[in-house]
Design a binder for this molecule. Structure first.
Ligand SMILES: Cc1cc2nc3c(=O)[nH]c(=O)nc-3n(C[C@H](O)[C@H](O)[C@H](O)COP(=O)(O)OP(=O)(O)OC[C@H]3O[C@@H](n4cnc5c(N)ncnc54)[C@H](O)[C@@H]3O)c2cc1C
Length: 415
């Protein structure tokens, strides 16, 4: 029920939870943002910073599936699944395969386009509002291919981008060199999304957002949430820390890849799987490129972050518990050194994060079944930065009664 100033607990202070907390607080809600860590230390810490509204094609595409079996067993491929994790991942993988049906792809694309809408302008305005306009770079995304045969593999995705109205420019080698002279001659074809943008330090962006939220009177609590317990029309939080035992009118679960564990005891079963991604950052290498460059044949994003050249990518399906596999980051380093000169002597650091992924790539944003003041904001997969602000708007509108709540039942049917 919407009340004048509802008490809301938001669990998870990644880019999604922090955006929601700020949106709710700005509109007068009494918000407590709970995380076991500092805001922005989850998956939102080390992503590639791309604001990519044209990414309307889900990951499960008919063409992708043909290459999956070979990729799964090759530990240098962009997608890796250790055999020991296969039994745990199998139910999710079967749903992923089912999501690649043409009708399911079309439906997912429409939903993705809707949640991506306006993301570029929204992030530009947010960076300005937070006092960090320097973090927003609108200089386009350049996707690179060695040849036409490699581009053909992604043809459906590019067609879908164009069908949704995004302007794409096809470039030859001279066109690539005019934009990014440092790219190796291996790449002869480019697809350029000139209006796309990049957040040049995703962690600093979340921190700036958390600071703005606190300055607006929002409360941040450092605590591990063990359980949410329904009580009357609200929720009691069981946590190891300050907010333990407190009662809220609403609870928003924005706990990224860990949301499944929090929701299952409540009878809300999501087919959420972690797709572990890595980055390797070259300190002092930021001027290697001047915009987001995607080595599309290797599914690697190269970003001129404010604190170095970030090379991000790979999908490793190995669960929430296994330690990072240094071989995955090493592959990213090798690809970067092959593609750009001048990186050999630069110091590097590596990172791994858990992308919260639904089989059909569509995030779960809306009211839990039976609308008991429980809200779901997770499953943003590869595009959580892009979709964070629109997710926050949707949750705030519905929770505060400005829009009819969108039930998350459809997501449960997908679970
Ligand atoms: C290599 C890589 C590159 C990427 N590149 C891009 C990109 O270019 N563009 C893009 O849009 N997206 C990108 N992404 C995806 C994006 O980073 C994620 O979708 C996004 O960060 C998810 O945000 P989140 O807030 O849902 O999750 P998180 O950032 O993981 O936040 C969840 C938070 O919940 C907390 N939490 C969980 N359980 C509990 C609990 N029980 N109690 C208390 N706290 C809890 C965690 O500590 C964490 O802080 C990339 C991801 C990776 C890995």
């Amino acid at each position: 029920m919407a009340t004048a100033s509802p008490r809301v607990a938001v669990v998870g202070a990644g880019i999604v939870g922090t955006s929601i907390a700020l949106a709710l607080r700005k509109r007068g809600a009494d918000v407590t943002l709970v995380d076991r860590d500092e805001p922005g230390h989850g998956c939102s810490y080390g992503n590639s910073g791309a604001v990519s509204p044209a990414s309307v094609a889900p990951l499960a595409m008919p063409g992708v599936l043909a290459s999956v079996p070979g990729m799964l067993l090759d530990d240098e491929s962009p997608l890796y699944l250790p055999l020991r994790y296969l039994p745990r991942a199998l139910p999710w993988l079967l749903r992923f395969v089912a999501s690649a049906r043409p009708a399911a792809v079309k439906e997912a694309a429409a939903k993705l386009a809707a949640i991506h809408a306006g993301a570029l302008d929204a992030h530009e305005a947010m960076a300005r509002e937070l006092g960090v306009p320097e973090l927003f770079l609108r200089r386009g995304h350049l996707h690179l291919y060695p040849d036409a045969a490699a581009l053909v593999k992604d043809a459906t995705g590019w067609r879908m981008r164009q069908e949704y109205g995004f302007q794409v420019e096809r470039l030859d080698r001279a066109g690539i060199e005019a934009l990014e002279p440092g790219v190796s001659p291996r790449y002869r074809l480019g697809m350029y999304l000139a209006d796309h943008a990049t957040i040049l330090n995703p962690f600093r962006y979340v921190q700036a957002m958390a600071r703005a939220y606190a300055a607006a009177g929002g409360r941040i609590v450092c605590a591990q949430v063990d359980r949410l317990q329904p009580e009357g029309h609200g929720w009691r939080l069981h946590a190891r820390g300050e907010a333990d035992g407190e009662r809220f009118d609403h609870a928003v679960v924005a706990a990224g890849a860990w949301s499944r564990e929090l929701l299952a005891p409540l009878g809300v079963h999501l087919a959420l799987e972690s797709q572990r991604g890595y980055h390797l950052q070259f300190e002092g290498g930021r001027d290697t490129v001047s915009r987001t460059v995607v080595l599309a044949d290797r599914k690697v994003f190269v970003t001129p972050m404010e604190d170095g050249l970030r090379v991000g990518g790979t999908v490793e399906i190995a669960g929430l518990e296994a330690p990072p596999d240094p071989r995955r980051a090493a592959v990213l380093g090798r690809i970067a050194r092959e593609t750009f000169r001048g990186l050999d002597d630069l110091p590097t650091r590596t990172w791994m994060g858990h992308r919260p992924c639904m089989p059909d790539s569509v995030p779960v944003v809306g009211a839990a079944p039976r609308d008991r003041g429980l809200w779901l904001a997770t499953g943003h997969g590869h595009l959580g930065l892009t979709d964070s602000l629109n997710t926050a708007q949707r949750i705030a509108d519905a929770l505060l009664g400005a829009a009819a709540p969108v039930p998350a039942d459809a997501a449960l049917a997908r679970a």
